[in-house]
Write a new protein. Sequence first.
Lengths: 139, 386
Amino acid sequence: MAYEPKIIGFLCNWCTYAGADLAGTSRLQYPPNMRPIRVMCSGAVDSVYILRALLEGADGVFIGGCHPGDCHYVSGNYKTRRRMVLFNSIMESLGLDTDRVLLRWISAAEGKRFADTVTEFTEKLRQKGPSPFKTLWEV
Amino acid sequence: MDGTVKTGSRTIYELAVPGSDPEATLKKVFAHWLEEKKLDAILVPAISKTGAVTRSLVSAPEKIMATAPLLPAMGINGAGIIAEIAPDPGAKSKIGVLLRPCELRAVVELVKLQQVSLDGIVLVGIDCPGTYKTAQFLQIAEGASDFNNNFIRNQDAYTSDSRLRHACQLCEFPAPLVFDIMFGFLGMNPDEELLVITAGEKGAVLLAPTFPVPLEPRQDEPAARVEFINKLRRAREEAIRTQIRELDERLLGAENVVRYFADCLNCHNCMKVCPVCYCRECFFESDALNRNQDEFVRFSRSKGMVRMPSGTLLFHITRMNHMMTSCVQCGICEDSCPVSIGLSVLFKKVSRNAQNAFGYLSGRALEEPLPLTTFREDEFTTIGEG
Ligand code: SF4
Ligand code: SF4
Ligand code: FES
C-alpha cells in the first residue's frame, strides 16, 4: 500500500475549526489525511498530546489557532506560540524533526487558507516519507 | 513577590576565621543567630553518628555543633525541603536555610511557580565547588580528619576530581546568584578569611548589632576570588562542550533518542526528586493516559508490537517540555536513576537551549518571569504565519 501521511489536527473551536467548516461548506477540495480534534483554544494543546500522536505513529501534527490578537481567551495563542518555540527547541536538541509539527493561525473566515494549509502540509509529509517513530515499536 | 534581592544593595565583608577553622566559624555564626533570636531555626547539612548524610533543621543553638555546614555531599536538592517547609505566605517564624547555588536557583524557580513563599525564609547561600553523592562521600571521607575544611582548602582539586557528582563537574555557577546573605571561600584562604555578602535588609539585619566573629567591610569581592571563579567556569564550560559533543553522537535522531532511554524503568524517580517539578499530581501518575486491556490490544496493533511498560519516552520528552525552562541542572535526577540514564548532560544541553530561546536563565532573578507565563506581542512573529 502506498504511503499516505496520517495527520492529527488540533483545531481551535473559535477559529480554525470554523474555518474547516467553511472549507467544507464552500466545497473546497483538500486531501483527507487529517483527523481533526476540536479544542477550546490552541493554548489548550499541551505538548503531551502532540508527542503522543507523533510517538504512537502519526506522521504529522497540525495545530490551528486564532490570529494573534484574536484569541477568544485574549492571550492563549501568544502562549501557544512560546510553547511552540520551546517544543521546537527541545526537538532540535534531540535531533528530532521539527517539520512534522505545524502551527498556523486560521480564522473562521479563512476556509481557503485552511484547505491550502492541509494540502501543503500533506504534500510536505508525503515527500518526507513516514515518521521514523511509526516503525520503532520500542518507543 | 518578595523583593529580597536587589543587586544594588549588596554589602561585602571579610569575616575573620578564628583558629583557622572555617566550618567552626560558620557554626559559631549560626549558633549566634539562634541565640539572639534572629532566626527561629536554621536548615544545615549534617552527618549523624549513625553515618546518615542529610540535613537538619536546628532550633537549639547548642545542637549546631552536630551539624556540618561545609559537608560536600548532596543526596537531594534542598529546594524541595523549602517547598515542604514554606509553601504558603504569612509565616510568623523565621527560618534560615543554608543552600548551595543550584538549590538557591531552584528555590527562585519555586517562588515563581508559587510553590514557596519567602516570607519567613532567609536564604543563606554558600559557595559550592562541587559535591559527592552521599555514599561516595562516606567512602572518601572514611578515616580522614577534618575532611570538610580540607575540601575547601584544596581548591586546585576541583577541576580534576572525577568523583564529584556528574552535574557538579559540569556546573558553571559555583557562587550563589540569589540570596539574602552568603558565605564565600572560593579563591580565598579560608583559614584566614571568609567572604560575607548581604543582599538587602533581610540579610543585613543578621550582622547587627552584635556578631560573634570580627567583620571588616570591603569595597569589592577579592580579585583572586573573581579570577578563581572565572577560571573554574571556563574549565567547566570546556567540559560541557566536550560532553555535549560526545552526547550528540549517541543522542541525535529518533533511533538514538529511543536507545538513550531504552533502559528506563518508568519509575519516575527523576521526576520525584526534581526540585522544580512542581505538580501536586503528575499527569503521568494520573489516570489520564491509562488504557484498558482492549485498548492495549488496539495500541499493539498500531505497530504490530509495542514496548512495555509503555509511554516512557512520552514521559521524558513531555517532562522536558514542562520543566526545561526551570531546570537548574543540579543533576539529582541522574543520581537517583536506578539504571544510570545520562540525564545530567542531556538536561544541561536541552535546558540551556530552551532557556536561551527566551533569553532566560533559571534562578537568576526573582523578578524575571517564567518564560511560559509571559509573552510579547511583537516576538516570534513568523510562527503561525506562512
Ligand atoms: S550542581 Fe553546582 S551548585 Fe549544585 S552541588 Fe554541584 S557544584 Fe554545587
Ligand atoms: S529515574 Fe531513570 S529509570 Fe526512573 S523514570 Fe527516570 S530515567 Fe526512567
Ligand atoms: S481561542 Fe483560538 S487560539 Fe485561543
